[in-house]
Design a binder for this molecule. Structure first.
Ligand code: ADP
Ligand code: MG
Length: 426
């Protein structure tokens, strides 16, 4: 399967080639023709599977048809939970759309609203936004949805976890009823299905991996260690293994700051990103990390969500997450797009319960190690996978899987009647 056979226009194929992509990922293979056809989609795929291009490419293709965005109007609205994710998706929109005369913008909170209002004045074909800031802009009449054709909810599960449900419901009320809806999520939880009910119409369901499994390309293990020794152990591991780029997860903002201080004290260049940092500081930290100017980026779960770093090989869980699903999201930061990755968790005795929950969720026992010189005073009890404890699975709704040869309906949707327009400007 190559990108050429998916029905994408030449301008997009060229941009994809420039990104160095040789063939579509499974989610892209399935989602692109369906989205091109104008149908609603509900897609579940683990992180790093290429969901962004999976929806951006066909949406850009559809936007080439139809009338350009008028003043303050938006044609495709992409909602996503965090600022970092919004910025990243917008970057992808710009990359994939580089040969198209479309206008796009990204808006999120924590920065001045006025420049964003200016940006929206001429209208944009694609707007990437976090829900809170979008509502602010709407209330100030800076954005209008008369021309809205498509709503995308990216990382929908995370948006629910972060309490955006009411914002999302309010936003949906402002949108024209006739529109295409795309819902992307790492997993389909019951809450996601509930949200979907009031949102998508007769959606094509796409699912490329079973729920809550961890990527095969990621090697996982645990270092058993006492709580007070975690920070020196991390420094030792970084130095001994000569790690160049490590993403470290911390449970708390305070813990993240403290760890950065300690690492810096041992000569390891580090920075933290979390909700208490200004947007400028977060952007700067991420850029320094991507450019290799710092070795360690310490992040809280929310700040790290969806961050895409090319070829990140090392992820460290300094603390285990309290929500087991976060473990899957965290280690999904490495081993992306087929690269090899390693995810290490530093686990102390009082985290055993969290470890047990994680192992139950991912249905495997994570191999353990002890670093010489860091033997724990109180060892962890052994893990046992007790399948009887697992909750009985609810019967799943039948799924429409889009496989090769079944892709009927592509390109015969309502969006074919659009008039092509020429317009310039970015
Ligand atoms: P997700 O949203 O599923 O977590 P992303 O869309 O962020 O995943 O993509 C993860 C990484 O894979 C990005 O670095 C992206 O550039 C890369 N990628 C996407 N599609 C392809 C492809 N077809 N071939 C190679 N790399 C790809
Ligand atoms: Mg994504």
């Amino acid at each position: 399967m190559s990108f050429d056979s998916l029905g994408l226009p030449e301008e997009l194929l060229r941009a994809v080639k420039e990104q160095g992509y040789t063939k579509p990922s499974p989610i892209q293979e399935q989602a692109i023709p369906v989205i091109l056809s104008g149908k609603d989609v509900m897609a579940a795929a683990q992180t790093g599977t290429g969901k962004t291009a999976g929806f951006t490419l066909p949406l850009l293709a559809n936007l080439m048809k139809g009338e350009r965005a008028k003043a303050n109007q938006v044609r495709v609205l992409i909602l996503t939970p965090t600022r970092e994710l919004a910025a990243q998706i917008h970057e992808s929109v710009c990359n994939y759309g580089q040969n198209l005369p479309l206008r796009s913008a990204v808006v999120f909170g924590g920065v001045k609203i006025n420049p964003q209002m200016q940006l929206l004045r001429r209208g944009v074909d694609v707007l990437v936004a976090t829900p809170g800031r979008l509502l602010d802009l709407y209330q100030q009449n800076a954005v209008r949805f008369k021309q809205l054709e498509v709503l995308v909810l990216d990382e929908a599960d995370r948006m629910l976890d972060m309490g955006f449900i009411h914002d999302i419901k309010r936003i949906i009320k402002f949108l024209p009823e006739k529109r295409q809806n795309l819902l992307f999520s790492a997993t389909f939880s019951n809450d996601i299905r509930k949200l979907a009910k009031g949102l998508v119409n007769d959606p094509v369901e796409i699912s490329v991996s079973p729920r809550n499994t961890t990527a095969e390309s990621v090697t996982q293990f645990i270092y058993e260690v006492d709580k007070t020794k975690k920070s020196p152990l991390l420094s030792t591991l970084i130095k001994e293994n000569k790690w160049k780029q490590v993403l470290v997860f911390s449970k708390t903002k305070h813990g993240a700051n403290r760890l950065v201080k300690q690492l810096e004290g041992r000569g390891i260049l580090s920075a933290a990103i979390h909700g208490n940092k200004s947007q400028a500081a977060r952007t700067r930290a991420l850029a320094s990390f991507k450019e290799g100017k710092i070795t360690v980026l310490v992040a809280t779960d929310i700040a790290a969500r969806g961050i895409d770093i090319d070829q990140l090989e090392q992820v460290v869980n300094f603390d285990l997450p309290h929500v087991s699903e976060d473990y899957v999201h965290r280690i999904g930061r490495t081993g992306r797009a087929g690269n090899k990755g390693e995810a290490i968790s530093l686990v102390c005795e009082d985290e055993f319960k969290l470890l047990k929950d994680i192992e139950k969720l991912i249905k495997k026992i994570i191999p353990r190690k002890v670093q010489p010189g860091f033997e724990p005073g109180t060892p962890l009890p052994p893990s046992v996978l007790d399948s009887r404890e697992a909750k009985p699975k609810k019967p799943k709704k039948p799924r429409v899987e889009h496989k090769d040869g079944q892709r009927t309906g592509a390109n015969n949707g309502a969006r074919q009647s659009r008039v092509r327009s020429n317009f310039v400007g970015k």
